[in-house]
Design a protein around this ligand. Sequence first.
Ligand SMILES: Cc1ncc(COP(=O)(O)O)c(C=O)c1O
Length: 402
Amino acid sequence: MLDRLDPLRQFRQRFYQTKGEIYLCGHTLGLASIDAEKSLNDLLELWKKEGVSIWMKNNRKYVKYSSLLAELIAPLIKVQPDEIVISGSCTSNIHVAMCTLYKPTSRKYKVLVDDINFSSDRYAVDSQVRLKNLDPRDAVKVVHCQGSFMDEDLIINSMTEDVALLLLPVVYYKTSQVLEMKRICEKANELDIIIGLDVSHAIGVIDLDLQVLNIDFAVWCTYKYLNGGPGSCAGLYINKKHFHLMPGLAGWYGNKDETRLQFKQEFDHQKNANGWQIGTPCLFSMAPLQGSLEIFNEAGIKNIRKKSLRITAYLMYLIDKKLVRYGFNVGNLREDEKRGGHVCVVHVDARRISLALKSRGIVTDFREPDIMRVAPIALYNTYEEVYKFVEILLDIMKRKTY
Ligand SMILES: Cc1ncc(COP(=O)(O)O)c(C=O)c1O
């Protein structure tokens, strides 16, 4: 019934389902779609036919490919397309942004982070601090999470005059917690703190509005909810108020398009986010994104969020009803505005149980110490799959086959 009434149900057939499995792992690697396959094949065919002329074809589409993808991504985060560049990885984009925007002075030099964000972000921050000859033990100010969830007030109260930049996630990769960004950003703006957000677990699943937050930069992976394929190029948002700045890491693809092929020795950067592109676009890591993003625009992010909230609520309901007696509990915040796209199914034996599930054709993942992350994806999972997942989990528990 729920599936019959689902307005997004027709999108499932555009995705390849992994063989005989119920795939609930789109928060880590989204599934391949027919649309992504087509945009990838278009590129391959053109390369086969045209060789180097590929760059000149279709009004130089592939030279400007990042801009085309930016047009498709912009509605998901509500910024101008020229504020987005698609290149590198999420981590390298933190470096790219910080190399331009992190300008420590003797008074204002600290970077505010928290201790439950994805590790790679912290590695990037610490190394950026070291590059400025500062000691991360002094210059990286860490907000320590008390308990399982981050308290926004702890972050806000840590914003002292010496903080130059902050880097925070919008949705926590492990607990699915959505931070109340409006409050955090208002305070940071008041104190002239450069705001950087990692929206990897938010983009494509929650309805983001980065414009309203008045942030300085954002980074994100495109292989999770955006279904761009393993290692697909990441995103970087640079607020247009920074377009005049000289990119900290320059390269010829950041040079103005009109003069790039004059190969002048002096860098003349594009006065938009493309100025932060460095080398030749990695076309094969970008092409599947085109098809995939077209699906998002067809479906609409508001509809996607609506279904994601309903289907994750359904999963939480089934856990409460059927699995609590087997030692399970829901490990994420339950309020709609506080949970992202995955549900945390918590159990002391979660690691072994997730392996047992895999052997029964259910794909989830495990995060220390006791969390199974389970993501029913709006575009390609069904309510029936969620129901089956819970039934199989019950069977594993009853028969103790874990
Ligand atoms: C929240 C978050 N940030 C950053 C990364 C790292 O991304 P990349 O490997 O593209 O640098 C990940 C990877 O899963 C992530 O989940």
